[in-house]
Design a protein around this ligand. Structure first.
Ligand code: DI6
Ligand code: FE
Length: 398
């Protein structure tokens, strides 16, 4: 297949720019990109079968939402009202709301219903050009429900033309009436082993926070992950700095996520470990957070920054990756080029993927064709979706 007459944002310059190539054509063979060539060099006979005329539109890598919780039961609109009346996120959590209330709803929701609801969320991301979505467990907090969530996450990738990567997030919250250390040893680690045995886990995540787990407890989960040969990532420094980030770095984390309260030392540790900083402006916005992630330190130390929705029913009920890019620019001062790198090449790296996120020969033909003149338009508008065509594995499909 041939996509003609496009401006290509290759994103192949290590996240420093768009890698723009105007007036190009992209040749696709099977599910891979074979060639990116200037239109002028194309023989007039090349490609007739399944040719797309881009008519000057912008072609980018398919977007990657590298941090979501789109498998969950129920919603937390009541909690939204409580916070508007003055309660903080932590107060709601301590009063038995928060993550633990979604746990009850997720346990009570049948697997087929969970999948149907998750598919509508996946569809919203796909409609914005997403070709890869990460999905976490963590609203089960018992072995059966954690496995149920991960099976649903895997099923999304079977039901829809999208690639799904799963993260086991058993260490997300302490279930009611249970002691945190006992939960880690008796439920979380056995659930991880069971899920891994069924091939349901691509990476292991945790929530290191006052309302969740200490670095020592997360460290035990990471030990178990390492023993299984699984990469780790961590929700760290979202509401406070407990030292989760150096711990994640010590285990060579693929990514450290949220990072509002991270220090320059944390940024240095991430740089040394090669960890990506995943910025989640939807949670920053929802929680009225004022502490911003240390973007200048990330730039200075060469920490790649990804941008994701964190789509979850509590702290980030946000179903738009384009809005996450807009917010990353407006709230955190990312350039639109950094925001697009954050949902393409750097998001791929946050998931440990080397075959997507960049337009180059040999990469997967997961692409998005946009009705825009300049790539900054993807971050600039609010609530506007300029997607023209999404291409997944070499196939045009919306
Ligand atoms: N941090 C988050 O932003 C989500 N999980 C986490 O560890 C919030 C999850 C929720 O509020 O339901
Ligand atoms: Fe999250």
């Amino acid at each position: 297949m041939l996509i003609r007459n496009v401006t290509v944002a290759t994103m192949g310059e290590g996240g420093t720019g768009y890698g723009l190539r105007p007036d190009c054509a992209v040749l696709i063979e099977g599910d891979r990109i074979a060639q990116v060539t200037p239109e002028a060099k194309l023989a007039p006979t090349t490609g007739t079968d399944g040719e797309i005329n881009g008519e000057g539109r912008l072609l980018t890598p398919g977007l990657i939402d590298c941090h979501t919780h789109i498998v969950h039961g129920g919603n937390r609109a009541r909690e939204f009202e409580m916070r508007l009346e003055g309660a903080s996120y932590e107060e709601v959590a301590r009063a038995g709301g928060g993550i633990v209330s979604t746990v009850t709803a997720t346990r009570d929701t049948p697997e087929t219903t969970l999948l149907a609801q998750a598919l509508t969320r996946a569809d919203a991301l796909i409609a914005e050009g997403a070709t890869t979505i990460e999905v976490k467990s963590g609203y089960g907090l018992d072995i059966d429900t954690e496995l149920k969530m991960l099976r649903v996450a895997r099923a999304i990738g079977q039901e829809r033309p999208v690639r799904v990567l799963t993260s086991f997030l058993g260490a997300h919250a302490v279930p009611k009436g249970v002691e945190a250390d006992a939960y880690i040893d008796d439920v979380c680690i056995p659930a991880l082993k069971a899920a891994h045995a069924e091939g349901l886990v691509d990476a292991v995540d945790g929530f290191c926070e006052g309302i969740a787990f200490t670095p020592a407890q997360i460290g035990r989960v990471f030990e178990a992950a390492q023993a299984l040969g699984l990469p780790v990532k961590l929700h760290s420094d979202q509401l406070s700095n407990l030292g989760g980030t150096p711990l994640a770095a010590q285990y060579g984390a693929l990514s450290v996520d949220h990072v509002e309260y991270s220090s320059e030392g944390d940024a240095r540790a991430m740089a040394q470990a090669g960890s990506v900083a995943v910025l989640l402006p939807g949670a920053f916005y929802t929680l009225h957070e004022t502490q911003k992630p240390p973007v200048a330190a990330f730039r200075q130390h060469g920490v790649p920054m990804a941008v994701a929705t964190d789509w979850n029913p509590g702290s980030s009920p946000m179903g738009s990756i384009l809005l996450a890019m807009n917010m990353a620019c407006t709230f955190f001062g990312l350039t639109p080029a950094e925001a697009l790198a954050g949902t393409t090449c750097h998001a791929a790296r946050a998931l440990g993927l080397q075959d997507t996120g960049v337009i180059a020969p040999g990469m997967r033909a997961d692409l998005a064709l946009w009705d825009v003149e300049a790539p900054a338009e993807l971050s600039y508008r609010i609530g506007v979706n300029p997607l023209h065509t999404r291409i997944f594995g070499g196939q045009p499909c919306q």
